[in-house]
Structure formats: C-alpha cells, structure tokens
Design a protein around this ligand. Structure first.
Ligand code: FMN
Length: 183
C-alpha cells in the first residue's frame, strides 16, 4: 500500500499523551500540512493558534467542563462531571483552529485543514485528536482574548497533539453501505 493510504488507515484518535513537548520542526510540519488543505474559493479561511502553555490548556479544559456539567445531554454532562476527564487529554500542545467568519465555507475549510494536520501528525508517529468539545470553552466570550485570535476569526475546533502514550489497535469497522455506483 502506498504511504498516504497507509497513514490514512493507521490514524486513530489518541487520548493518552506523554508530557514531553513536540519539537518545533514537527509542529511546523503539521501546521504547514494544515495550510495546504483545499479551501472554497482558495479563501484559506483558517487561523491556527498553538497553545503550549499547560496552565492555559488546563484552564480551557476546566472551564469547558464547568459548562458541560450542566448540559442537558447526559453523555456530555457525565464527562463534565468526571474528575478524571480532561478535554485535551493532557496533551502538551493544542492547536485552536479559528475560521474567518466572512469566508465562503469557513467550517469546511477548517475541517479540511484539521484532517490534513491529523494525517501529517500520524505520518510522523505523533498522536492527535480532533476536539469538538473545546467549543464549550470557546463559548465563553470573555476568555477568548487569552487566545489572541485575529479580528474577524472565531474558534471552531481544537486539535490535541503529543507523543503517543497508547497504541490503539486497527481502525474501527467501517460502514459497508456508504457507497453506491451509477455506471
Ligand atoms: C467534528 C469532530 C469532533 C470530535 N470531537 C472529539 C472530542 O471532543 N473528543 C474526542 O475525544 N474525540 C473527538 N472526535 C474524535 C472522534 O471521536 C473519532 O474520530 C471517532 O470516534 C473515530 O475514531 P478514530 O479517530 O480513532 O478513527 C471528534 C471528531 C470529529 C470529526
């Protein structure tokens, strides 16, 4: 199998990380892969904020959990109330992905960039996890100045990154009926 297909199939969400920080060159390669994603109208409507400050990562998790703990959805509420749960799994680096609000398809552009970053990380044997739950933190508007996001952009997702402290097995089974052909 060629390398790209191998990486696509071996990537898994990693939820246990070693505390050691990634090398700058590794982070730069991952961010560059994000920037090489396709985007509607070539808007490149993403902005990446690299958070390596452990106190801020912990704060983002704790404040997200406070809001999660009072949500209606049972599953989210349980995670918010679980003392052992960390929204970013104690990853040493978190990339906050923000979208330019007036772009043509900003959420799609950012999602494409995120997938590129997850695959780039896997190609370097670096663990990653797409973090949608970060949105609970992003919803606290008074907190956002801490992230120094440029004007006109709004955070949508985060990516946890770090060296793997777990090796999950192969991919979860894929749906068999997701394709049809019209010849
Ligand atoms: C939009 C989106 C949001 C996600 N948010 C979270 C999250 O907040 N926490 C988490 O642990 N995983 C999150 N994931 C990862 C999925 O749970 C994971 O990709 C899925 O279970 C398949 O497992 P795999 O990535 O190992 O193939 C998210 C994935 C996507 C695409």
């Amino acid at each position: 199998m060629n390398k790209v297909l191998e990486v696509i199939k071996s990537r898994r969400s990693i939820r246990r990380y070693l505390p050691e920080q990634l090398k700058d060159a590794e982070l730069a390669a991952i961010l560059e892969a994000g920037a090489y994603a396709p985007s509607a109208h070539n808007d490149q409507s993403w902005h990446f904020t690299v958070v390596r400050n452990k106190d801020l990562i912990d704060r983002m998790s704790a404040m997200a959990k406070e809001l999660m703990a009072v949500q209606e959805g049972e599953w989210v509420r349980a995670m918010g109330r679980n003392e052992l749960f960390h929204v970013f799994y104690h990853a040493p680096a978190v990339i906050v992905v923000s979208m330019r609000k007036d772009a043509m398809s900003p959420l799609v552009d950012c999602s494409a960039a995120i997938e590129n970053m997850l695959l780039a990380a896997e190609s370097l044997d670096i663990g990653s996890c797409w973090i949608g739950l970060a949105r609970y933190y992003f919803s606290i508007k008074e907190e956002l100045p801490r992230l120094n996001i440029p004007a006109g952009y709004e955070p949508c997702y985060a990516v946890a990154l770090g060296y793997k402290d777990q090796r999950p097995g192969g991919a979860k089974p894929r749906k068999k009926d997701a394709v049809n052909y019209i010849d």
